[in-house]
Write a protein that binds this ligand. Structure first.
Ligand SMILES: NC(=O)c1ccc[n+]([C@@H]2O[C@H](COP(=O)([O-])OP(=O)(O)OC[C@H]3O[C@@H](n4cnc5c(N)ncnc54)[C@H](O)[C@@H]3O)[C@@H](O)[C@H]2O)c1
Length: 387
């Protein structure tokens, strides 16, 4: 987990409020200050980033791995010294107990598997999206609450010091009256698994999700959405299924209304030539820009791998770079941060209501793309996230 200053810690806990501290929830399943036992399901590409991060955490103890491609579960268990490995979720949940279910499987599987884990009494950290639809995700949250369990969904972008800086810069009025923002993220698309292109896959839940979380986190919950989506490349060749038909959008433009006249735009896609590649290494241009009457601000690098924030204002027209620190935040920290939170009782900045809101935006964007109409949103989350 990122080291945070005492000042930041006090701000976060003040935001959470005494009544929201995890430990204060009556009957909360995990006692404070103990190791959180973790089971990881899905041992593909992303697990190679999560498992080393979790294995370095003083609050997490890796108990089991699981993958329907059993060789992967065995391999990752051997590499990261995990004592148990399984070819199926049923066997994993029936095996030695663990507290936190970390779901790194195909996007389409998340809702079903998360539900099964909650029914088996486990807290859940899910890669994005936490479910296939907003109502499925909301039902998962209701199920968790009814069982005094917790569920959270990726991404973890709000944890970066660059996000905190941008949020404070807006709140403090440095940019004047903020009206507009833009964000973009794209590359040529994953080559290893078909699910990215199948129904309920797509560039919105895989890529746009980061920018949607960042812009709603900075500007507040969206009240309505208009969008266009398309499929540019109708066929793809992927490692696990050969040549497949693309069913989910690989190109998207989303407009959000944040209320009070504030509008923003996110574009994402799997057809972007990107000299920085899928890993994003070396991306030092602005991928997010926010405009106000007195100044403008640009996030350097991607929001999941930020390098700093450039600010230019009336008072200082030459852009200045702030938080030029690329190391203290990594996108794969989500499950570790949640294990830390469960162990210490401190409410994390990442909020499940925020993940659900982003999921509703993705669904609304698709609906707007189909109908050509503006779609109103019903979900919201506690904002501002950083004071
Ligand atoms: N790869 C990345 O760079 C990256 C980055 C951030 C987030 N993500 C997200 O992480 C998730 C996984 O992506 P990935 O790239 O690792 O995919 P992947 O195909 O490499 O890995 C997914 C794994 O899940 C397993 N699996 C699928 N259904 C299962 C089930 N029912 N039970 C057990 N195992 C099952 C598959 O066999 C596979 O090994 C997706 O939600 C993706 O959007 C990926």
């Amino acid at each position: 987990m990122n080291p945070i200053s005492r000042h930041e810690f006090l701000q976060r806990t003040a935001m959470a409020g005494a009544g929201l501290l995890l430990a204060s929830i009556e009957g909360f399943a995990v006692a404070q200050s103990k190791k959180i036992r973790v089971g990881v399901i899905g041992c593909g590409s992303v697990s190679t980033q999560y498992l080393p991060h979790l294995s370095r955490s003083s609050h997490a103890e890796l108990v089991s791995t699981c993958d329907v491609i059993y060789e992967r579960a065995k391999q990752q268990a051997a590499t990261y010294n995990v004592p148990h490995h399984y070819p199926h979720i049923d066997a994993m949940l029936a095996g030695p107990a663990f507290d936190l279910f970390v779901n790194l499987t195909d996007m389409q599987e998340h809702g079903r598997l998360n539900r099964q884990a909650l029914l088996a009494g486990r807290h859940v950290w899910s890669e994005k999206p936490m479910a296939n639809t907003y109502s499925e995700g909301k039902a998962l949250l209701d199920l968790a609450t009814s069982r005094r369990l917790r569920i959270w969904g990726a991404p973890a972008v709000v944890n970066s010091p660059q996000f905190a800086f941008m949020s404070r810069t807006i709140r403090e009025g440095t940019l004047g009256n903020v009206s507009s923002a833009h964000a973009h993220y794209g590359h040529l698309g994953p080559t290893w698994s078909a699910f990215f292109y199948e129904k309920d896959g797509g560039s919105l839940p895989d890529l746009g999700v980061y920018n949607l979380a960042t812009l709603t986190g900075l500007l507040g919950p969206a009240t309505s959405v208009m969008a266009m989506t398309s499929i540019v490349t109708p066929e793809r060749t992927v490692d696990n299924k050969g040549t497949i038909k693309v069913e989910a959008e690989d190109n998207a433009m989303v407009l959000m209304n944040h209320g009070h006249g504030v509008l923003s735009h996110v574009q994402c896609g799997f057809n972007y030539f990107d000299p920085y590649g899928h890993e994003g290494k070396g991306q030092e241009k602005h991928t997010i820009t926010v405009w106000g009457t007195h100044g403008t601000m640009g996030l350097v690098g991607y929001d999941w791998a930020p390098f700093g924030v450039d600010v230019a204002t009336h008072a200082h027209e030459t852009p200045q770079r702030f938080v030029p620190d690329p190391r203290s935040y990594v996108w794969q920290q989500g499950a570790t941060v949640i294990a830390d939170s469960l162990a210490t009782g401190a409410e994390p900045l990442i909020a499940v209501e925020h993940a659900l809101h982003v999921l509703e935006i993705i669904e609304a964007a698709r609906e707007s793309g189909r109908s050509g109409k503006r779609v109103n949103l019903r979900s919201t989350f506690r904002w501002p996230m950083v004071m």
